[in-house]
Design a binder for this molecule. Structure first.
Ligand SMILES: [Fe+2]
Length: 174
């Protein structure tokens, strides 16, 4: 996955993950580090494969084939929270801000216009479930929730996200 490798080596990509880590020094915050991004990328891919939806995704999105589809899925997973640090700074929605940041990075990893639109829309949509979500946005949202095993987290009784029912206590599935 050459383009995905180029993406994760991008100096701005690495800088945004560094800013996330810097903002999440206190243990009360879920980490939005490289491991979280990679877990979400892999689970999104598993969800699509598990339901035999890869060919549908390729056709419906006008993609060149399986490699392009896999790279797009991984690129979405690996960038979906890169705007999180900005949300800590000024309250802006990290999903829409992250989509804007990704739009600047992705052309340098040689994703084309159509592919960038698909990835950035999924990033924009990943935070909340809604009726008219894109195919990839809906899978990314589900993968994000499945990526954290909150039932084993030592902070689960103090977690504001669990209290506000933003996330449920996820059991181990992937
Ligand atoms: Fe997020």
């Amino acid at each position: 996955m050459k383009r995905v490798e180029t993406l994760v080596e991008d100096k701005y990509y690495q800088e945004y993950l560094r800013r996330n880590s810097e903002a999440e020094m206190q243990p009360k915050f879920c980490q939005h580090d490289f491991q979280h991004h990679l877990a979400v990328a892999r689970i999104t891919y598993i969800l699509i494969l598990e339901h035999n939806d890869l060919n549908y995704f390729i056709k419906d999105s006008g993609l060149s084939g399986k490699l392009a589809a896999k790279e797009i899925i991984f690129a979405a997973g690996l960038t979906h929270d890169i705007g999180k640090w900005k949300e800590y700074q000024c309250g802006i929605d990290h999903a829409s801000y992250g989509g804007r940041l990704a739009r600047e990075i992705l052309p340098r990893a040689l994703f084309n216009r159509n592919e960038i639109d698909i990835i950035c829309r999924a990033i924009y949509e990943h935070r909340n479930i809604s009726r008219d979500m894109s195919f990839l946005g809906e899978r990314l949202h589900r993968a994000d929730n499945l990526s954290r095993i909150c039932s084993h987290c030592e902070h689960r009784f103090q977690c504001p996200k669990i209290k506000n029912k933003e996330i449920s206590i996820t059991n181990f599935e992937y």
